[in-house]
Design a protein around this ligand. Structure first.
Ligand code: ZN
Length: 283
């Protein structure tokens, strides 16, 4: 779940000015799932470090940014058996998604982290902007007091939450975020910003629906799998963004499935298919 990460959000920690771009290999850096020679590296200061982009078979394909939730001193939730923390499962699933997409070769792929490190929420959105990513998919594992709660939920950006739970979920995150704009209301820039936000919300919802369509059947979904939440961090990416809760690690059966590559594979495949189809419709 996202709440644990929210509590330690450092607002405005990253001032990511003055980074250079170079083409070529990543010296001394082992890239998990990196199957292609060419990569684009952005040199970013401090915690953001190097962000590598896997090339697609055809040059110039859009970039998907996969965001494994939590990391470093932010472990996320602990699984019901106590065997694993959310941050490890989000990285495992994200890495498998990246490997699959790189093998299929239709989109370029980057990740906000490749190992067990802390990346602030602001920095994750910043990476999306700096890379010029076209889609942002954040991966999390759900957690609930009810041990029977199971299944996948896909959240897309909205200005109103779909229910009280989603509202609380988003409110907890937004509490620590800085205001998005100091523009006076009614100004031309504010109006353009509203139009851009509406497009961003519609595109985010379309991606969420697409993920749900591809997942339905092979993947256990919650009864209402597409939810809306007013995540400022999703909005800050300025691109279509969804947050996938890949299942409940507070449930014994979901935990068992999420702990193996075989158990994660159906969701990984559904995500890859939905992402490719979504990006194919964009200019
Ligand atoms: Zn989480």
């Amino acid at each position: 779940m996202l709440l644990a990460g929210i509590a330690i959000l450092v607002v405005g920690a990253a001032t990511l000015a003055g980074f250079g771009i170079r083409r070529g290999d990543l010296p001394g850096k082992a890239l998990v799932g990196e199957a292609r020679d060419a990569s684009l590296t952005l040199d970013l200061p401090s915690a953001v470090a190097d962000v590598a982009v896997s090339e697609a078979r055809v040059p110039g394909r859009p970039i998907l940014l996969i965001d494994p939730g939590h990391g470093g001193h932010d472990p996320g939730s602990k699984s019901v058996s106590g065997a694993v923390e959310e941050k490890a499962l989000t990285l495992a699933l994200s890495t498998e998604l990246r490997v699959l997409l790189v093998a299929r070769g239709r989109v370029r792929v980057a990740m906000t982290r490749l190992d067990d490190r802390y990346v602030a929420l602001e920095q994750r959105a910043d990476i999306a902007r700096r890379l010029g990513a076209r889609l942002f998919v954040s991966i999390h594992m759900d957690h609930a007091p009810n041990p029977l709660a199971r299944g996948v939920t896909v959240y897309s950006l909205a200005d109103v939450a779909s229910d009280a739970d989603a509202a609380r979920f988003a409110a907890a995150e937004n509490k620590l975020a800085t205001p998005l704009s100091s523009e006076p209301e009614g100004s031309v820039r504010a109006m353009l910003s509203d139009l851009a936000l509406r497009d961003q919300m519609e595109d985010s919802a379309a991606l969420a629906e697409r993920i749900v369509r591809h997942a339905a059947g092979p993947v256990l979904l919650r009864p209402r799998p597409h939810q809306f939440a007013a995540f400022h961090v999703l909005r800050r990416t300025d691109i279509p963004a969804v947050l996938v809760e890949a299942g409940y690690i507070s449930n014994v059966d979901d935990e068992a499935a999420l702990m193996t590559p075989q158990g994660r594979a159906p969701l990984v495949l559904a995500l890859a298919q939905a992402i490719e189809a979504d990006l194919a419709t964009r200019r």
